[in-house]
Design a binder for this molecule. Structure first.
Ligand SMILES: Nc1nc2c(c(=O)[nH]1)N[C@H]1C(S)=C(S)[C@@H](COP(=O)(O)OP(=O)(O)OC[C@H]3O[C@@H](n4cnc5c(=O)[nH]c(N)nc54)[C@H](O)[C@@H]3O)O[C@H]1N2
Ligand SMILES: Nc1nc2c(c(=O)[nH]1)N[C@H]1C(S)=C(S)[C@@H](COP(=O)(O)OP(=O)(O)OC[C@H]3O[C@@H](n4cnc5c(=O)[nH]c(N)nc54)[C@H](O)[C@@H]3O)O[C@H]1N2
Ligand SMILES: [Mo]
Length: 760
């Protein structure tokens, strides 16, 4: 066979539809495998049973809350993988780094880098030998300090946070950066729920979800927009299963058929497991076009308002909550006018759904006394993410679905403490009252100028305006768009310091001074001068609770995140006025300070010691609208034009596989989508494939302007027409840095105009 023919040969190994439900025995088998591979039969397995227990540690897997946080062990494949990943017996120790140069490690896959195991010693990059070599902690801090003391302006330093950092670590980190003199806080939230953080405050006065877990027990309808619970928040399936068993409709809006939204076999339900039964999850499944949600939600509102008018004309009381609208909101007439203007043809064209289908969703909505809308990255990671979030708020406001039981909005957060990090001050656009309290509590003078978000940080590094980068967790260079520009930007720096648990590619982007500062993980015992310490986190529903590790640290040399931040702060700010040593000796003191700066944390140390912790105030959940005029706002937005130009006929969305945690690739399977042992695939609708003259299994290139992801295998999948999907982070090379939501700065990872062609 000619090599050309070989290139386009159909390669179907590891591609086979998965017929089973989500969860079930497959999930149990996957856990057993993860435990065997990482921990052997060691003490680590005991850790699994302390997860999300009152005396145990918070699961690092996701931010979905626990029932009262006191339940019996809630079983979750995602959580088990996250814990076994951290409690692994493999080590990336100084020997490992002596054996492998940085140039060699660079050629390893992201999977292989983390697979090397837990980091054990602080390391610095030695350019002469091209190896990372061990350093003493004090030396490491001094090296960071030397660069920070020398920068021309504090704004030349970027302080990145990933969402696993505890409240205590994040609070100290922002304190340090502000005493140092900058508000540069690029944050994983900038790539995630920023559309929520920016959009919802304008609508309802708070950038967080308004419901509690108990509200699912009272809801009459649940709408799930653009998130994949079977893979990304599996414990939510237990909640949805209960909703479904009550006979309550669950409407899924997703361009792909996701098994977890279809049916679920609960590993905690012995009968379901023994009989191979399963509970159906969604009662209606609508395969919207990628990027079509704004049009769709406007269509639902249009159908609602039309039916409302018809009901009134027929002598009814109408289908919207006029009293609520009058008392609590502003902007209804403008919304009504905007919706009247929107025409059905455009709505159907852009959303990919028919008018009757959209009307059927609206009918479920108006028939329900109480509705909950959940949403994830399928909504936020678009050029119009913020506006779409606001349309969801409009929809809920129309029927007064805020501030009463069983109703509200539920942005499903990612990282286990991404919400808490924000609450305690990680933000590039701080509010003045907060800065005043911070300054008063510590006797510092915080800078007032706004800082950089994630995209702006990379741009500043690229343009030579930022000289140093410190990462509190995460793997920004791989997580953000445009690796071509990003990698080069990192390599120009004077300092790249990474506080991490495992080696990743961002650590390998060596600058003039490069440091790896290994920290304790969530599962590990943290002892400071005053004894054993606990940290705190905030879940997706604003519940703050304590977390205490119980495993022996993988190395005596590791330090806690707060201790590392304190070390860097002291070395960088010789005249610091903050008593760093006292704060890290006893984290209660950090919490006292958090309370001083954030009044909502009153009696923090007492309340966090109560079983299950406590819930922070969420104004909108009480019908208190923390907006400038004290009202909730209807906000209008135009329908963005649909895609489908000749050059780029498809919109590509990037998704997570079942075997990954963001940039951490645990394995190469994506069980529920029928992919085994590989990630080099692109999902297309079968009819689109045929129109392209292609077949299931053909080798294709995905092309976005002059950016190409080559050699992907085309997989015919249940995905809406005009939409294609590929895995994150591989597909990030197709996203230019400038492709983001202008309102929130969120990279548009899920609306990438592309064409698909047979591989050359
Ligand atoms: N196992 C695991 N768990 C995780 C993570 C992980 O990587 N692995 N990551 C954590 C983090 S940080 C986050 S933010 C969350 C992410 O959790 P999700 O929000 O579920 O994230 P994604 O996998 O990006 O998937 C989005 C879903 O949106 C759909 N989608 C794509 N484009 C569109 C669109 O245009 N419209 C609509 N309506 N839907 C669309 C996709 O088909 C997919 O089902 O999960 C957290 N939990
Ligand atoms: N194309 C595309 N890109 C995306 C997305 C997408 O859907 N599509 N999703 C975006 C989203 S939602 C997010 S949140 C970002 C994620 O961006 P990040 O948060 O930056 O990335 P992670 O992969 O979660 O970070 C993993 C690293 O964190 C470190 N780590 C793990 N646990 C700990 C700990 O306890 N402490 C410390 N200090 N370090 C730890 C480990 O060294 C590991 O290598 O990616 C974004 N990028
Ligand atoms: Mo995220």
């Amino acid at each position: 066979m000619h090599s050309g023919a070989l290139m386009t040969k159909r390669f179907l190994e590891g591609i086979k539809p998965y017929p089973g439900p989500a969860g079930g025995w497959g999930a149990l088998r996957a856990v057993a495998k993860a435990v065997r591979a990482e921990m052997g039969a060691s003490t680590g397995t005991r850790a699994l049973f302390s997860m999300n227990q009152p005396e145990g540690f918070d699961c690092p897997g996701c931010a979905w809350p626990d029932p009262k946080h006191t339940s019996s062990f809630e079983f979750c494949e995602n959580g088990a993988k996250a814990v076994t990943w951290e409690a692994t017996q493999k080590r990336a120790d100084p020997d490992f780094f002596a054996r492998h140069s940085v140039s060699e490690l660079w050629t390893w896959s992201d999977y292989a880098l983390e697979e090397a195991g837990r980091l054990t010693h602080p390391l610095r990059y030695d350019r002469e030998t091209d190896h990372f070599v061990p350093v003493e902690w004090d030396d490491a801090f001094e090296r960071v300090g030397a660069v920070l003391r020398a920068v021309a302006h504090p704004n030349e330093v970027e302080f990145y946070t990933s969402g696993r950092a505890s409240n205590e670590a994040a609070f100290l980190y922002q304190l340090f950066a502000r005493e140092f003199g900058t508000n540069n806080f690029p944050d994983c939230s900038n790539m995630c729920h920023e559309a929520t953080s920016v959009g919802l405050p304008q609508s309802i006065g708070v950038g967080k979800g308004t419901i509690t877990l108990e509200d699912f027990g009272e809801a009459d309808a649940v709408f799930s927009f653009g998130h994949n619970p079977g893979t990304n928040h599996p414990r939510m399936l237990g909640t949805l299963r209960e909703v479904s068993r009550r006979g309550v409709p669950i409407i899924a809006i997703n361009p792909m058929r996701e098994r977890g939204l279809e049916r679920f076999q609960d590993p905690q339900a012995p009968i379901e497991m023994a009989t191979f039964g399963a509970t159906p999850i969604s009662s209606g499944y609508h395969m919207v076009k990628v990027g079509g949600d704004l049009a769709l939600v406007k269509g639902i509102i249009k159908a609602l308002l039309e039916a409302d008018a018809a009901d009134l004309a027929a002598g009814g009381v109408g289908l919207i909550d006029r009293r609520f609208i009058e008392v609590h909101t502003i902007g209804f007439e403008a919304l009504r006018a905007d919706i009247q203007k929107a025409d059905w043809a455009a709505i159907c064209e852009v959303s990919g759904l028919t008018q009757p289908a959209i009307e059927s969703i609206a009918q479920v909505y108006w028939s329900a006394e109480r509705s909950i809308i959940c949403y994830g990255m399928g909504i936020t990671q678009h050029r119009h993410g913020t506006e779409t979030v606001q349309q969801l708020a409009n929809l809920l406001l129309l029927r007064g679905n805020f501030g009463r039981e069983g109703a509200g909005i539920c942005p499903v957060r990612g990282h286990s403490n991404v919400q808490g990090d924000r609450t305690v001050g990680i933000t590039e656009i701080p509010a003045e009252p907060f800065l005043e309290r911070l300054d008063r509590a510590f006797g510092i003078t915080s800078p007032r100028a706004h800082g950089h978000n994630a995209i702006e940080a990379i741009q500043a590094m690229r343009d030579g305006k930022a000289r140093a980068f410190i990462g509190l967790g995460g793997n920004l260079a791989v997580a953000i768009s445009d690796p071509q520009a990003t990698f080069a930007a990192f390599r120009k720096l004077d300092l790249n310091a990474q506080i991490v648990t495992k080696l990743n590619r961002t650590c390998l982007l060596t600058a003039k001074e490069s440091l790896i500062l290994p920290c304790l993980g969530r599962t590990e015992i943290d002892v400071q001068a005053a004894g054993l310490q606990a940290i705190t986190v905030e879940d997706s529903m604003s519940v703050v609770h304590a977390s205490r590790g119980m495993l022996q640290p993988v190395s005596d040399t590791l330090r806690s995140e707060p201790a590392i931040i304190a070390g860097i702060a002291k070395a960088s700010l010789p005249a610091t006025v903050v008593t760093w040593d006292a704060l890290i000796a006893n984290y209660d003191r950090i919490r006292d300070k958090i309370e001083e700066v954030f009044p909502d944390f009153f009696d923090f140390n007492e309340r966090v010691r109560m079983k299950g912790g406590f819930r922070l105030r969420v104004g909108a959940a009480l019908r208190q609208w923390d907006t400038p005029d004290g009202l909730a706002h209807f906000i209008v937005a135009d329908i963005p034009p649909g895609v489908g130009c000749e050059e780029h006929p498809f919109l590509l969305t990037t998704i997570r596989s079942h075997d990954q945690y963001n940039t951490t690739i645990y394995g190469l399977d994506d069980r529920y989508r029928g992919i085994t042992g590989r990630r080099d695939v692109v999902f297309l609708n079968g009819e689109d494939l045929r129109d392209l003259g292609l077949e299931h299994g053909d080798l294709v290139d995905i092309v976005a302007g002059d950016r190409v992801l080559t050699g992907q295998t085309a997989v015919a999948h249940t995905i809406s027409r005009g939409s294609v999907a590929a895995y994150y982070p591989e597909a990030n090379c197709l996203v230019p840095l400038e492709n983001y939501d202008k309102a929130s700065g969120t990279p548009a990872y899920k609306s990438i105009p592309v064409m698909v062609r047979r591989a050359a």
